[in-house]
Design a protein around this ligand. Structure first.
Ligand SMILES: [Zn+2]
Length: 99
């Protein structure tokens, strides 16, 4: 079958497009895998969220469970809104994690 140059260009454009689509699809899968792995690592580094009342308890529990020196950080205003204390219903102010 004879095809004109224009049709061939259209076809190769389609192929490149499909290839790009495939790469994009798979990149997101690869990225997801990395995110999964880093989340699992994050899981090993235990994080405890705590309000003002339970921070002492949170620090004690963290040391008891991980046997590591706890790092205490303030949550950002945005995180405060979406995070509750691990020991009560109040919104968390601190996050306790391992170094
Ligand atoms: Zn609390």
């Amino acid at each position: 079958m004879y095809t004109t140059g224009r049709e061939e260009k259209g076809l190769s454009f389609l192929l490149v497009f499909c290839l790009l689509q495939w790469v994009v699809d798979n990149i997101s899968k690869i990225v997801n895998k990395f995110v999964e792995i880093s989340e699992k690592k994050e899981g090993l580094k235990m994080k405890t969220y705590s309000c003002e009342t339970h921070i002492d308890h949170a620090l004690d529990m963290h040391v008891a469970e991980t046997e590591q020196f706890p790092m205490m950080d303030f949550l950002s205003e945005e995180e405060k809104l979406s995070t509750t204390c691990s020991y009560c219903e109040q919104s968390a102010t601190y996050v306790v994690s391992s170094k």
